[in-house]
Design a protein. Structure first.
Length: 88
């Protein structure tokens, strides 16, 4: 008796879908739309538009400061410097 029960329990998963018929196409959802023209994919290298960050020799500090700071008495836009004032 026990052997029959174990045999039935072992074979039950294989017999569970025995009487089902094959589902019709499409398997889910509505029929697909008409085919449309799609441009082919083109190869774009991975490194396009990237900037190189390789180490370079440092520039002298004087040159760097001259680029950042305007010359004495002149503003970057060519206008006069505002007058100095005492705080609030």
């Amino acid at each position: 008796m026990r052997v029959r029960l174990l045999f039935l329990l072992a074979i039950l998963p294989f017999l569970s879908g025995w009487g089902d018929r094959e589902p019709g196409w499409p398997y889910s959802g509505p029929l697909p739309d008409e085919a449309i023209a799609v441009p082919p994919a083109r190869y774009v290298p991975l490194g396009v538009g990237t900037k190189s960050y390789r180490p370079v020799e440092p520039m002298p500090w004087g040159d760097v400061n001259q680029r950042v700071m305007p010359h004495e008495g002149k503003s970057p836009s060519g206008m006069d410097m505002p007058e100095k004032h005492e705080g609030h």
